[in-house]
Design a protein around this ligand. Sequence first.
Ligand SMILES: C[S@@+](CC[C@H](N)C(=O)[O-])C[C@H]1O[C@@H](n2cnc3c(N)ncnc32)[C@H](O)[C@@H]1O
Length: 348
Amino acid sequence: MLSRQPRRDETELGSAVDSLRDEVRVLRDVLDEIREALQWQNNNAADFPELVQNREPLGQTGCETQTDWSAGLQPPSQPTEIPDNTEPTPDTPPTLPSRELLSEVLHGDCYELLPTIPSGCVECLFIDPQYNIGLDYGSGSQADRLPPEIYLRQMERLAQLAVERLTPTGSLWFLCPEKWADEMGIMLSKLLPRRNRIIWRETFGQYRETSYPSGHRHLFYHVMDEKLSPFFTDEIRVPSQRMLSGDKRAAGPRVPDDVWEIPRLVGNASERVEGHPCQLPEAMLKRIVLCSTRPGDLIADPMSGTGTTLRVAQILGRRYLGIEKEARFVDLIKDRLAQERQREMFLQ
Ligand SMILES: C[S@@+](CC[C@H](N)C(=O)[O-])C[C@H]1O[C@@H](n2cnc3c(N)ncnc32)[C@H](O)[C@@H]1O
């Protein structure tokens, strides 16, 4: 007997049902994770009171008192006081030691670790999140394919946590692809004034013939204080078009405009480190760090990946704080930073 070929609308319906099924599965996973986390917190509240009450921040630098929250931002929420009636016993785990925030890389989830960093200490916070396009960072590609509203809510939470860490003159940089640029732009502008929306022309993108292939990403640059947040120009200047064409009227190097043409890293690029699906070029981070920070300032990257931000901060004499969820990427970052340290020692 001849079997009937499915009609086109039947096939489309089939794939719509499949993707709905995928989304339900992801939602179920997210709910399970939340349930597990709540369960874990309940079970451990008695053993680790510092996890649910006044959790000691990672560092105490005193700068957390400097933030002026009157500018319309909400101050970081105060931890809820939970009365502790238990007598301290020799088994009570010690609270995290206070220490100066020096350069370091933390292994863990940035949604949990960012709140433990004192508020008002970070001069420049750069975020290059996962783009929710099904890339496998280690937890499977499904983890990077959340329903859009859940993904966007996560990004908003991340941006809020980031803003709480910034100094009163700090800056927030947020990189995202065309796909999310509209939503991210609106979300970020509700949190902080925007200084620039930079187009990163990455030279070539994923090739396709169904529409113009995308060759750019959006880099949002927002600042805590439109007037007081610094913008250092000396080291970011580039030769002007007049200089390049040999025109005698050329006034000298100029601040680059808001379209940055920086080639993305291909597989055999000399700065490429193996084992991560998306590494940014150092040239991009160099401009960000140089225009918005002074030597010694603290720069943070809560989704560090291969540690490009941290490496650039290290080379330019800034302190850095990285967070990365995947253990193997943390190792990779530490190796990368150690190589730079060795090179510095060699050059001395
Ligand atoms: C787009 S990559 C960053 C690449 C980085 N800019 C670079 O140049 O190498 C995003 C990184 O965020 C990490 N990540 C995702 N969710 C995270 C979370 N909740 N906490 C910390 N890191 C996370 C991923 O493992 C991945 O390495």
